[in-house]
Every structure is written in structure tokens, then in C-alpha cells.
Design a protein around this ligand. Structure first.
Ligand code: BGC
Length: 552
């Protein structure tokens, strides 16, 4: 069981890519020094935990998910001392830090792999990775990066065998049948725990073990190993979050959330359903997905992202049904083009045709549904992307801080930047940036800050029970979050057309009711409310009173 009131229950998580966030030494690449200087911004915004994509030494063939040393920092970003300074500063400002833990594979340049390929066939050194003489082994395991790879196997001329790579050929899979591998990776966990990190996002967890005749996903042996990770974390005695990245429907992701396994898991099916609902103006399937998720794992253990550093993963009909995928592809602005591997390779704002009302609506849901809302850096500004860049780089461009050169990300000359700053029409950093939006009271940035403030003041949104309320309108999702003292009622219109409807509120007859965002009293004359929600409109109503001791 999760410890009572663990820090991560309902915590607002901000995902950022250290290389793209803020450059402290002027070399064109974001680093820990730059990131440390931006902590006051994150605190001002209301962020509770920062998730950093991998910051370890890497040849960067997969954005740093191809690691050559799990216990060190990439020199572009700083060193262990800089990490210590960053972590201490984040803690001093009341924020937690979550690191990416990449268990499944290493870089092909990792010393373990170099040793393995030169070691004799069948030796313990060779056995650190998964080898085969036959590239048809595990034929049922899908190729994940199908835009870049045709097979899960790569011939190695030195080893004279094929090695397994569920991702790029530069990322050989570790062999978890080998106890030495298991112990090495547990020591990686120890290493970062001793340095004081507050959680791990466990990358690609389903793929640790293989078994012939299966998709090689979420096998019993994988769950047994994850339970060992949990035990190891518990011996450390601190309240540490283990968050699974398993791109699977909720009933398949739920086993990772067994009481003795991981604490949280991303709900990627919900992400797809949110986009499908806004693309089609119909929230029936979204409602079912929410009900399913709460049925299989009630409470706040689902992490809720809209976008992240990968494509908007929709899959092949396994995560969500084909008709859901089709409604996203045909209904979203950029739904047709920009397909990469298994989804749409664009940032949130362009997907929503730059419409801030849609950005607000989707985040208003994220901030009020049960779980850990995950905000992807730049989405608080409605930042754009650069579609022409390779792989998933369109979504990984520098954060826009000011209207100055390079969006204030770096003082380096443009050609030295890690990726180009956005100057695309409608998303130019001279307009879309933190400094400008801070000064405009009605900006998206100030709206996000205000919503997060409201969320902090309303404990029902963090830990309250969740209940869907019947809605007669196909576009309107209505639900409540309640503690013993208060209820927050949320209504959201996922359509581009206005919606009017009646809601039965007899349950709360006589209670004091206020609209949360504007603080106005909402006189309730009878049991039935007549409400009107404009296009992409939503409301949060507070029913009951906030007591001082409720506020988290
Ligand atoms: C990460 C990707 C990465 C892959 C391989 C994931 O699921 O989110 O960015 O390419 O794992 O490590």
C-alpha cells in the first residue's frame, strides 16, 4: 500500500528536457546550471515535482535514452556536483525531482555491450545482453520504432550473432535473466536514491523479459523484477515515487500498480481519449475510460499527461480502438500529417490549431481529474514546434523565456543551439514566451498559474473521491471530486459549439455554492441547474466550505 499521503499523490508534475530548457554556460545546450536558475519560475507556476528526461552520458542517438554510464551526468549538462546543487535548490524551493530510469537497454557504446560482443559466445560477459543465431526469435514482439527499424534484431559482426533491440539498433536490450544485470540496475537505483532523488519514471517497463510466442510485454518475470525494485526503494526508507511508462490499456497497465510493485503509471489511454473527445465533440468513450481507470485502480495513482517528448502515441488498435484513432486523425488540426511510428509527432498547441480555449479545457480536466497531472514544458505557454526536424525533435525545441535572441534560452549564436528556437508563424518566441505572458493578466501562462493555485486550495481535487455525473449532452462531461467537507463539481464542454443542459443537484440542495475561478456565489434556486457552457467551456463549482486545515 502507498504510505498515507505520500508526496506524489495528486502532485503536479512538470516534464522538461534539460538540454532544451535553459543554457547556463552559453554553449547553446541547456544544462543543470541553467535549469537551477529557472526553479523560481517553476515554483511561481505552482509545480510540485520536476521530471527530467535522461541526463546521463550518452551518444544521443535516442535523445539520451541510449546510456553509456548510468551513474554519471552528461558533460554537456554539468557533473554530479552540479546535480547536487540543482537538487538541493529544488528541495529548498519545495519541489521534488524525478529522474528517468532506463532499465530495458543501454547504448551500444556502453562498456558492458562492448565487452559482451568481444566475449566468447555463451560466456557470462556475453550473457549481459540478449543474443540469438536466429533473427526470427520472439517474432510476435512488435517492432516499436517501425519508422527506423525493420526488425528487433541486429547482426553484430564481432559477436557473430544477432542482438535484441526493442528500440533503435543503438540500444541493445539487457538480459534480465542474468542476475548480474538485475543487481547492477538495482545498484543504479541505490546510487540515485543516495543522492536524494524523490522518484523515478521507469522507462519502457513492459519489455524487460522475453518469452517465445508472446508480445514480450509485461511478463510475470518483469513484474517480479519490478517488485524487487520496490523492495530496494523501501529499504531506503524515504517516500519515493516509482512511476511506470507502460503504453497499454488501463487493465494491462494496472498490474504494475499492485500494492507491492510500482506506485503510479501513466494513463496513455486516457490521453488518447481526451484528444478523441475534443476532436469529435463526443465524450462518451472518455467517460468509459475514466470509469475503467478508477475501477481497476481507484484514487490518484494514474499520471495524466497530454503531451510529452514522444509522439502522441495512439498505437495499432491495442491501446485504444481504431475508431478512436480515426476520430483523432480526422478531427484534430494536425491529425493527418506528421505520423511517426505509432502516433502524431506534434506539440499540443499545433494539434489544437493554436486555440487557447482548447488548451485551457484539456488542462482544466487534467488539473481536476483524479491523478498526477503532467505538464509538458512550454505547453503552459502554448509553445509551438518545428515539424521539419528529425525523429521526435519537433517537440523538443528550446523553451521560450523572453523575446530576446534565442527566446532567452541561450546566449550562443543560433547555429550552436541544441535545436532551433521556434519562429514559426503564430508561435514565434518573440510573442510566445514567459516574460511577455507573465505581464499579460489574461495569458495562458497566468491562467495555468491560477488554476494550479485553485487546485492547491481545494484538497478535494487532489485526494477527493471521483464520481461521474450523468449528462444528457453528448459533448459535456460532468464529475465531482469530494472529501467529507467539500465537493468540487466540474462540467466541461468538449465541443466547438456551445452547450446548454440541466444537471440534477438535489444531492447538494441547500449547500453554499460558488464558481471557483471567479469566486462568485452561485445561487441555487432548486434541484435542477440550468447551465450553459460556451464552445470548449468549463466550470468548477465549489459546494461546501474550505477549512483552513484542508488546504495542502
Ligand atoms: C521514451 C522514448 C525512448 C524509448 C526508448 C520511451 O518510451 O519515452 O523517448 O525513445 O523509451 O528508451
Amino acid at each position: 500500500m502507498a504510505a498515507k499521503n505520500s508526496w506524489w499523490e495528486g502532485a503536479v508534475i512538470y516534464q522538461l528536457i534539460p538540454r532544451s530548457y535553459s543554457d547556463g554556460n552559453g554553449d547553446g545546450i541547456g544544462d543543470l546550471q541553467g535549469l537551477s536558475s529557472r526553479l523560481s519560475y517553476l515554483r511561481w507556476l505552482g509545480i510540485e515535482a520536476i521530471w527530467l528526461t535522461p541526463l546521463y552520458p550518452s551518444p544521443l542517438q535516442d535523445g539520451g535514452y541510449d546510456i553509456t554510464d548510468f551513474k554519471s551526468i552528461h558533460p554537456d549538462l554539468g557533473d554530479l556536483a552540479a546535480f547536487h546543487r540543482f537538487l538541493t535548490a529544488a528541495h529548498d524551493q519545495g519541489m521534488r525531482v524525478i529522474l528517468d530510469l532506463v532499465l530495458n537497454h543501454t547504448s551500444h557504446l556502453h562498456p558492458w555491450f562492448q565487452r559482451a560482443r568481444w566475449a566468447p559466445k555463451g560466456s557470462t560477459e556475453r550473457d549481459v545482453y540478449v543474443w540469438s543465431d536466429d533473427p526470427n526469435r520472439y517474432a510476435k514482439a512488435p517492432v516499436l520504432f517501425r519508422k527506423f527499424e525493420a526488425s528487433n534484431w541486429q547482426w553484430d559482426e564481432v559477436a557473430e550473432q544477432y542482438y535484441l533491440h526493442r528500440f533503435l539498433r543503438h540500444q541493445p536490450d539487457l538480459n534480465y535473466e542474468n542476475p548480474w544485470v538485475q543487481e547492477q540496475m538495482l545498484e543504479v537505483v541505490d546510487f540515485w536514491l543516495e543522492r536524494g532523488v524523490d522518484g523515478f519514471r521507469l522507462d519502457a517497463v513492459p519489455f524487460l523479459f522475453e518469452s517465445e510466442g508472446t508480445r514480450c510485454e509485461g511478463l510475470p518475470e518483469t513484474h517480479s523484477f519490478l517488485k524487487k525494485v520496490r523492495k530496494r526503494v523501501e529499504t531506503n526508507g524515504r517516500d519515493v515515487l516509482l512511476l511506470a511508462e507502460a503504453i497499454q490499456p488501463v487493465d494491462e497497465a494496472a498490474p504494475y500498480l499492485a500494492d507491492d510493485e510500482l506506485h503510479g503509471a501513466f494513463n496513455f489511454a486516457l490521453t488518447a481519449h481526451l484528444f478523441a473527445a475534443i476532436a469529435s465533440g463526443n465524450c462518451k468513450k472518455l467517460r468509459l475510460c475514466l470509469q475503467d481507470a478508477q475501477r481497476v485502480v481507484p484514487g490518484c495513482r494514474w499520471a495524466l499527461p497530454l503531451r510529452n517528448h514522444d509522439e502522441l502515441w495512439l498505437g495499432d488498435g491495442h491501446l485504444v480502438s481504431e475508431d478512436v484513432i480515426q476520430s483523432i486523425r480526422s478531427g484534430l488540426h494536425e491529425g493527418h500529417g506528421h505520423w511517426l511510428n505509432w502516433g502524431i509527432n506534434r506539440r499540443l498547441a499545433p494539434l489544437l490549431n493554436g486555440d487557447p480555449r482548447a488548451n485551457r479545457l484539456l488542462h482544466a480536466l487534467l488539473y481536476s481529474l483524479p491523478g498526477m497531472p503532467c505538464l509538458y514544458y512550454g505547453d503552459e505557454l502554448g509553445m509551438g514546434d518545428w515539424p521539419g526536424l528529425r525523429d521526435r525533435d519537433p517537440n523538443r525545441t528550446p523553451m521560450a523565456w523572453t523575446p530576446a535572441r534565442n527566446g532567452g534560452f541561450s546566449s550562443a549564436p543560433d547555429p550552436l543551439l541544441v535545436l532551433p528556437a521556434i519562429t514559426a508563424p503564430g508561435y514565434d518566441y518573440r510573442v510566445v514566451n514567459v516574460e511577455v505572458q507573465k505581464q499579460l493578466p489574461g495569458s495562458l501562462l497566468n491562467w495555468h498559474r491560477r488554476m494550479l493555485t485553485c487546485r492547491r486550495l481545494l484538497p478535494a481535487l487532489r485526494r477527493g473521491d471521483f464520481q461521474i455525473i450523468e449528462s444528457a449532452h453528448p459533448s459535456v462531461l460532468i464529475y465531482s471530486r469530494s472529501t467529507s467537507r467539500m465537493t468540487v463539481l466540474i462540467a466541461a464542454n468538449l465541443s466547438g459549439a456551445g452547450a446548454s443542459l440541466r444537471i440534477d443537484l438535489s444531492k447538494w440542495k441547500g449547500a453554499r455554492t460558488r464558481e471557483v475561478l471567479w469566486g462568485c456565489e452561485y445561487p441555487v434556486a432548486d434541484d435542477n441547474w440550468f447551465i450553459y457552457l460556451p464552445s470548449y467551456g468549463f466550470s468548477w463549482w465549489l459546494i461546501g466550505e474550505v477549512e483552513e486545515e484542508d488546504v495542502s
